[in-house]
Write a protein that binds this ligand. Structure first.
Ligand SMILES: [Zn+2]
Length: 216
């Protein structure tokens, strides 16, 4: 939902090219279908779909290693959760920067969110500030910038923003563990359901169960 709101925001202001990366995550087929549907709805024709073989081969995350269970509650402490995929966003951004250089694009939007979110270290503002210095030093023109318009927003605010922009939340996929119907109990589903509840809006996708959220 963060990526979708971010794509809707970028589409409002710019001619957008969209990147999707499959990296061996449990729900990669469903996420790729969501990407195609969202691009269709937003009218984004220029698309790049790539596969990253490294992240699954490396493992170390509940999303890419079947031996590590997806937790059913968001982490309540400040520890990095097991759903963190080690340094994943750097892989995504590196592909995006390479493509941007070829396209002549100067802005890369990413829907990273820090407050009331998963607690991933590659969603911190300082990380993107540092990455922008890497881009400046390592590209031909040095004029490409990663922007993170959602990074300081709470999830409920992202729901509101997306609704204002007409972001197609009905086409999005957030569940970490299932591809047929969103489970409603993994940490990603719970964060999403909390966000819609806090915004006072019904999430447009169906869930297998929402028991966990009703307990909160
Ligand atoms: Zn789920």
């Amino acid at each position: 939902m963060d990526s979708c709101a971010c794509a809707a925001l970028a589409s409002r202001d710019y001619d957008v090219a969209a990147l999707h990366v499959s990296y061996g995550q449990r729900t990669e087929d469903r996420e790729r279908r969501a990407f195609v549907a969202i691009c269709d709805r937003l009218g984004i024709r220029d698309r790049l779909v790539v596969r990253n073989e490294a992240l699954r081969a490396i493992g170390g995350s509940a999303l890419t290693d079947e031996r590590i269970a997806v937790p059913t509650t968001p982490s309540a402490n400040s520890e990095v959760p097991v759903t963190y995929v080690p340094f994943r966003n750097a892989h995504f951004l590196s592909v995006a920067v390479s493509w941007a250089e070829v396209l002549g694009a100067v802005r890369i939007y990413i829907g990273a969110v820090e407050p009331d979110s998963s607690g991933y270290p590659d969603c911190r503002p300082a990380y993107y500030e540092a990455f922008n210095r890497v881009i400046k030093a390592g590209t031909r023109e040095g004029n490409i910038e990663v922007v993170t318009p959602l990074i300081a927003m709470r999830k409920a605010e992202i729901v509101q923003l997306g609704l204002e922009l007409g972001a197609p939340f009905d086409l999005t996929w957030s569940c970490y563990s299932h591809q047929d119907q969103a489970c409603g109990v993994c940490d990603s589903c719970v964060l999403r359901l909390r966000a819609f509840a806090a915004a006072g809006v019904t999430d447009p996708i169906p869930y297998a169960t929402q028991a966990r959220v009703l307990e909160i």
